[in-house]
Design a protein around this ligand. Structure first.
Ligand code: ZN
Ligand code: ZN
Length: 329
């Protein structure tokens, strides 16, 4: 059903530019969008309650997905051979490989999140194909960052670190026994790696993470907009790499919820990291009512961020990885 809705959304956007298309969009799009929104909202509500999950893994099996899977396998081999780095899975989901440990950030695999948001590019692998995980780090309780159905299919030996007791309880109910809630500036050691929660600023409560091992550290910012604690993060950790959200998600009539490419470039300047990776910019509103009326994002945000970085901070490496690609630290 969600695939059909996605097709409808694409159909509507294809006819959106001519004048005739615009009037058809306003009638058909609005009615279809309203109906889809009501149905999806109801399903999503029941899904969040843990009663069932109607969502689907996005289009697996095509040539692009096969190459992403191969890239991911090659990246894992490189990390097993000792490389440290960030393997891009998709959107905000990354596998951090540091000092032999494997930590997954903000898992999202099944579409649509919120009944409205879908992957532009399918995640590199299915959740069950991630292999061994030492930790799963979840910045906040939004459906495109805390995909419990996907976590159900992951390595249950992983330590899970989340922002709230409520989410911790739901993660435990899925069979994870080692679940911690970290407040900003609290730290947890995972053998050779330490994970520190840092403040974030979003439309719901959120933390970010700084993961450190040996002489390397990675700041994963989750979904935040620019916030006043960035200088403290820079001073305290001097993160060697920063993964920053860039798609400027804004709900209509409300404040900005996620950094724009310009904001992320300002954050990169404050942080002083030698490597930056744009994140949270590979999703689209597959529900037309959400995409046309309720929310907006900056188009081509990862590319725009990379262009800005090249112009403003040419001494900082900016990598825009494909699904499955390893960015070495
Ligand atoms: Zn969010
Ligand atoms: Zn998000």
């Amino acid at each position: 059903m969600s695939e059909k809705r996605t097709e409808n959304a694409r159909e509507v956007s294809r006819v959106a530019s001519p004048e005739e298309g615009r009037s058809r969009l306003s009638r058909r799009g609005f009615v279809a969008g309203a109906a889809a929104g009501v149905v999806a909202g109801g399903l999503e509500w029941a899904s969040f309650g843990g009663r069932f999950d109607h969502r689907r893994a996005p289009g697996r099996g095509g040539a692009a997905e096969e190459s992403a899977k191969e890239r991911f396998a090659a990246s894992l081999r490189a990390t097993e051979a000792g490389a440290s780095g960030v393997v891009h899975v998709g959107h905000s989901t990354h596998l951090l490989a540091l000092a032999g440990k494997r930590l997954l950030t903000d898992p999202w695999f099944y579409d649509p999140a919120f009944g409205a948001l879908s992957h532009e590019v399918a995640p590199a692998v299915a959740p069950s194909e991630l292999g061994r995980l030492d930790a799963i780090l979840v910045t906040h309780d939004h459906a495109d960052h805390a995909d419990l159905r996907a976590m159900d299919e992951m390595d249950k030996r992983a330590a899970v670190i989340v922002a709230t007791a409520d989410l911790a309880a739901r993660v435990r109910a899925r069979g994870f026994s080692d679940v911690s809630v970290l407040a900003p500036w609290e730290e947890r050691a995972l053998g050779s790696v330490s994970v520190t929660a840092v403040p974030g600023l979003h439309d719901i409560y959120e933390i970010g993470f700084v993961v450190r091992a040996d002489d390397r550290s990675v700041y994963f910012a989750g979904d935040t907009r620019l916030h006043p604690d960035l200088p403290a993060i820079a001073e305290r950790f001097r993160p060697s790499a920063a993964i920053l959200p860039v798609d400027g998600t804004r709900l209509t009539g409300a404040a900005l919820h996620v950094m724009t490419p310009e904001d992320a470039q300002a954050a990169a300047r404050t942080l002083g990291s030698r490597l930056v990776i744009p994140s949270h910019a590979e999703a689209y509103f597959s529900d037309p009512i959400a995409g046309h009326l309720l929310a907006s994002t900056v188009p081509r945000a990862r590319r725009r961020f990379a262009d800005l970085m090249e112009k403003e901070l040419p001494g900082v490496a900016c990598c825009v990885p494909e699904a499955g690609e390893l960015v070495t630290l």
